[in-house]
Write a protein that binds this ligand. Sequence first.
Ligand code: AMP
Length: 282
Amino acid sequence: MTPPPILRTKAALRAAVLGWKRAGESIGVVPTMGALHAGHLSLVESAKAGCDRVIVTIFVNPKQFNNAADLENYPRTELADAEKLAPFAVDAIYVPGPDQIYPEGFATTVSVTGLTEGLCGSHRPGHFDGVTTVCAKLFLQTLADRAYFGEKDFQQLQVVTRMARDLDLLTEVIGCPTVREPDGLALSSRNVLLPPESRAVAPALNRVLRQVAERLSDGESLGPVRFQAEAALREAGFTKLEYIELRAADGLQTLEHPTRPARLLAAAWLGGVRLIDNIAVG
Ligand code: AMP
């Protein structure tokens, strides 16, 4: 199996992409921060199924980290990532240096209003501006027809979709389902940072979300159910709860009952590791 080429400059990327475009081939991009797991690889599979050419990007984007320690500790495993991608025969792995994304004097921010307020937006100031700025750049650098994102980061998926539409980018954003461990824990690059005792507690986040969703579907309202859910998460060992919220699946408006297709979203800390999850309700 020949390993996929690793491209490190936008010039090398552009040369490859223009060749594919001239041949009339469609291009899919899977933007990641590396430390690849089966969740990322499911996006690669979708991209392979939907596009002639597939580019996986690996860039730990400093602009989307609002916490220096989180950026510092973020796992970086390029060699292992390339090995994991080899069986998928992707056409390129784009691993730009910071200067390829943020050259000297870079002064532009892409910012989406509304959808970025609340949920992770409230707890991670500047995070979504970092995400939309880098995604706009990656969409334009790769000239992708389609970009594949996980529902695991549900607010991000909504925000990036809005950004691409609002800016008339030629990249269609495609959402893909969350991949989970057998115990329900959503796969995340940060899971490797969980010590064994925290890893044992972590599935409680998804379990509690499923319990809340069931009670909401039975007609109970969010307020009291959330109160009990928060107590259950603290009891399980979560150290800090950021939010448990019910939002419209399309538009993220706050809901008390799943009166339309809805999403239940949560963020909580286990020691020094922040976990997020969300599930469909109704
Ligand atoms: P990240 O490397 O964490 O920035 O994630 C890159 C992409 O993979 C994003 O679109 C994420 O939503 C997606 N992703 C991360 N974890 C999962 C998962 N467990 N299932 C599906 N997609 C995921």
